[in-house]
Design a protein around this ligand. Structure first.
Ligand SMILES: Cc1ncc(COP(=O)(O)O)c(C=O)c1O
Length: 409
């Protein structure tokens, strides 16, 4: 039987690929044996393979062999242990906000789902509906916030000339924001630039934001992945929580535990007292219930198993540090190889930037050239995932960058 041509969906136009995930689609379609995918933000081993952490395998084995475990629904807010331990991980075990019981944490669908639930809650229950996001930022941020019903404005963040932070631009734009506006902050390892404020600059940002009653909404997608230390990478969040003020934090375990496809994350809302926190949690349930009812059990159980066992936790921190160290070493190798090849330009930003990505400064033309001629895939803004690189592939990447830069010079 042939398919009828008069589909009720005949008017539907083909949507463009997601600008980030589309890079992988193009990569998969390329038959070249030398192809290299530096587009997607997922960790790869030196051999270019995805990594399942040993500690995750061990936790999974423990879960599978425990016959008392069942597959019942989780509560709307998720696994209670997971929520408590996630709050401790980001705020610190000695956090006053936790000790005073004024944090509500709900398990959500990884970082994206946590941002979305937080944004939906703010759209329903917060006086201000404007959220300021940095330029540039992760491409999904404006879409998540707009669809949740917030109105998105931007603040300056990156200076292409210095390839560093536009600190004055950031302060000026946040000073001009209306009182009470929401401000999205990357907790560490800013995506896509790899540029973070210093501890002193974070102090100034906090002062300004508190004086203007701006509401911080932290996106913490890379805790431990930037510096290799879970505590160091949580410093910005902890600075804001230590002053007793309110904030939201979206956490993801995609990168730091390698649980990408398990979709494990948490949204915490820090309130000024426990009574407000309890009421906030009751409303979060009303946001979540009609969206996906309750979150999945497996990934959160892995995380809880690791976080509550001292030895597994220790092992996790070592594996996490090894991933962060490999990325830091790739930065060094790429920088040194460009220098020894004599590629024109100052490439020191490669070793100054932090986290999974380097914002190379290559323009869209140069990126297209590298894809066409060298089969190297990355987003058109010149962002490369250091986690997708290996020592073996550095020479090929350097040849491509050199050719792209000298071609258009
Ligand atoms: C800045 C930032 N926020 C949030 C996310 C969300 O990731 P996930 O939903 O996979 O946890 C990512 C992933 O790339 C990210 O880079």
């Amino acid at each position: 039987m042939s398919a009828p041509s008069d589909s009720v969906f005949a008017h539907v136009v083909r949507a463009p690929e997601d600008p980030i995930l589309g890079v992988t689609v193009a990569y998969n379609n390329d038959p070249s044996p030398v192809k290299l995918n530096l587009g997607v933000g997922a960790y790869r081993t030196e051999e270019g393979k995805p990594l399942v952490l040993d500690v995750v395998r061990r936790a999974e084995e423990m879960l599978v062999s425990d016959r008392s475990r069942v597959k019942e629904y989780l509560p709307i807010t998720g696994l209670a242990d997971f929520n408590k331990l996630s709050a401790k991980l980001i705020f610190g075990a000695d956090s006053n906000a936790i000790l005073e019981n004024r944090v509500t944490t709900v398990q959500c669908l990884s970082g994206t789902g946590s941002l979305r639930v937080g944004a939906e809650f703010l759209a329903k229950h917060y006086s201000q509906h404007t959220i300021y996001i940095p330029v540039p930022t992760w491409g999904n941020h404006p879409k998540v916030f707009t669809l949740a019903g917030l109105s998105v404005k931007t603040y300056r963040y990156y200076n292409p000339e210095t390839r560093g932070l536009d600190f004055q631009g950031l302060l000026d734009d946040l000073s001009d924001a209306p009182e009470g506006a929401i401000v999205l902050l990357h907790a560490c390892a800013h995506n896509p630039t790899g540029v973070d404020p210093t501890a002193e600059q974070w102090g100034n940002i906090r002062q300004l934001m508190r004086s203007k009653k701006l509401l911080p909404f932290f996106d913490s997608a890379y805790q431990g992945f930037a510096s290799g230390s879970l505590d160091t990478d949580a410093q910005a969040v902890r600075l804001f929580v230590a002053d007793g003020g309110e904030c939201l934090v979206a956490q993801s375990y995609a990168k730091n535990m390698g649980l990408y496809g398990e979709r494990v994350g948490a949204l915490s809302i820090v309130c000024t007292n426990g009574d407000v926190a309890a009421r906030v949690e009751s409303q979060l349930k009303l946001v979540i219930r009609p969206m996906y009812s309750s979150p999945p059990i497996h990934g959160a159980s892995i995380v809880a198993t690791i976080l509550k066992d001292r030895q597994l936790f220790e092992e996790w921190t070592l594996e996490l540090k090894a991933m962060a160290d490999r990325i830091i070493s790739m930065r060094q190798q790429l920088f040194e190889a460009l220098q020894s090849k004599g590629t024109p330009g100052d490439w020191s930003h490669i070793i100054k930037q932090i986290g999974m990505f380097t914002f190379t400064g290559l323009n869209a033309d140069q990126v297209a050239f590298m894809t066409r001629e060298y089969h190297i895939y990355m987003t058109s803004d010149g962002r490369i995932s250091m986690a997708g690189l290996s020592s073996q592939k550095v020479p090929h990447l350097v040849d491509a960058i050199h050719a792209a830069v000298t071609k258009s010079a």
